[in-house]
Design a protein around this ligand. Structure first.
Ligand SMILES: [Mg+2]
Length: 399
């Protein structure tokens, strides 16, 4: 057995998330049986615990739920709101640790191994902040692996706060039903039951060949899980809400497509070095226009794969601009933002020093980072694209 410091991992899972958000936003709903779902011919996607006690579950046809529980309040659901709450929830965790793996809108892992205080203390602080800032109930499982923490949070729902102490993982799992192990759904669970392997300890003791009959190649891994061994890492992602943006207000309102396009390219030239400096790539360009009358238009375009190069994004600008611009209106302000971010693990390693395929993305990346360096050392005007120095052709936009 290897002895290394046990990890401190937390699994969190919001309780009846959509319904809880609705209740947090509307205090009158807090004690009532409510559900989020389609009213006509729809299904229930989230039910409050009060509704669950009356027999409402997910997914269930709304019509059936209303038969079982006629006083059920069915709310259509506002995904934008739920995304917002989800973002806030994970932002709160980010104040405690950067090691966060979000698995779904309301579920994820975070790792606190680097923190000195007991895991319950930090988790309690996270829990209090979610409670006071968002007002939604959340379940927490704490322990040394993804395996036990996920089970601990789900098993004691709602509002669970359960620690599986280091060293007790196998004991914790031993009496549980086989359905708690990862990858064991109802169908596989039944197949294991038929072999008499109802509990985790049965799986632990079963011969590998027997397990292979049901789960094939997964048998060895399943046995490891049954022993309480799980080294799967918490994989941190980038902050999903993060984007890079800039806006510009013109001194006089503009009606020329060329002029707006040029300005957007210049803004992009300012943004991309920031992305490269942060080792990020982007996939999605969003443009926003504000007209003289203060109305706005907005649109996005995505690349098939992420990039950190201006030159990959330039071709998106003109068609997107033409698509969203109601041409009769003059433009007062423009905004550009880049989202759908990915990390470049090591930018420098991707830079062959003597690449000579001219125009390849490697070469363009090398050129871009060289220019970034010149700007940093010699100033922003040391080297500029010719289009910024030559005046644009003042072709008016159809007027
Ligand atoms: Mg949940």
């Amino acid at each position: 057995m290897h002895s290394k410091t046990p990890r401190k991992i937390v699994h969190l899972d919001a309780d009846a998330f959509f319904a809880s958000v609705e209740q947090a936003l509307n205090p009158e709903l807090r004690t009532k049986p409510i559900a989020v779902g389609g009213r006509q011919r729809g299904i229930i996607s989230s039910a409050s615990y009060t509704a669950r006690k009356r027999g409402v579950y997910t997914p269930m046809p709304t019509s059936q739920a209303l038969k079982i529980c006629p006083e059920l309040i069915v709310i259509p659901g506002d995904h934008h709101r739920y995304q917002q709450f989800s973002r806030y929830m994970f932002q709160i965790i980010r104040d405690f640790t950067p090691y966060i793996e979000q698995c779904s809108i309301d579920e994820g892992y975070f790792e606190l191994t680097a923190r000195r205080e007991p895991i319950q203390q930090t988790t309690q602080a996270v829990r209090s902040r979610i409670q006071s800032e968002l007002g939604i109930p959340v379940s927490f499982g704490m322990g040394t692996s993804k395996l036990v923490t996920q089970i601990a949070s789900k098993m004691y729902k709602p509002e669970s706060f359960h620690l599986v102490p280091p060293g007790s993982e196998a004991m914790f799992l031993y009496p549980l039903s086989n359905r708690w192990l990862p990858g064991i759904g109802e169908k596989t669970g039944l197949a294991l039951d038929r072999l008499g392997l109802f509990k985790v300890f049965h799986i632990l003791e079963a011969p590998l060949e027997l397990l292979q009959q049901v789960v094939g190649n997964y048998a060895a891994q399943l046995k490891q899980f049954a022993k309480g061994i799980d080294d799967r890492p918490v994989i941190s992602q980038l902050e999903p809400a993060k984007s890079y943006g800039k806006q510009h207000t013109f001194l006089t309102d503009i009606g020329s497509l060329d002029e707006v396009e040029l300005r957007l390219k210049q803004m992009l030239d300012r943004l991309m070095p920031k992305l490269r400096a942060d080792s990020r790539k982007t996939k999605t360009l969003t443009l926003k226009l504000r007209y003289s009358d203060m109305n706005e238009a907005q649109g996005s375009e995505s690349l098939p794969s992420p990039t950190c190069l201006e030159s990959d994004i330039y071709p998106l600008i003109r068609p997107l601009l033409e698509r969203i611009w109601e041409k009769k209106l003059r433009i007062r302000m423009i905004g550009i933002s880049l989202s759908n971010l990915y990390s470049i693990d090591s930018l420098t390693e991707e830079l062959p020093l003597f690449a000579n395929q001219s125009g390849s993305s490697q070469t363009r990346l090398r050129l871009a980072t060289t220019i970034d360096l010149l700007h940093k050392t010699l100033g922003a005007n040391s080297i500029r694209p010719a289009r910024d120095i030559l005046p644009p052709s003042r072709k008016m936009n159809g007027k």
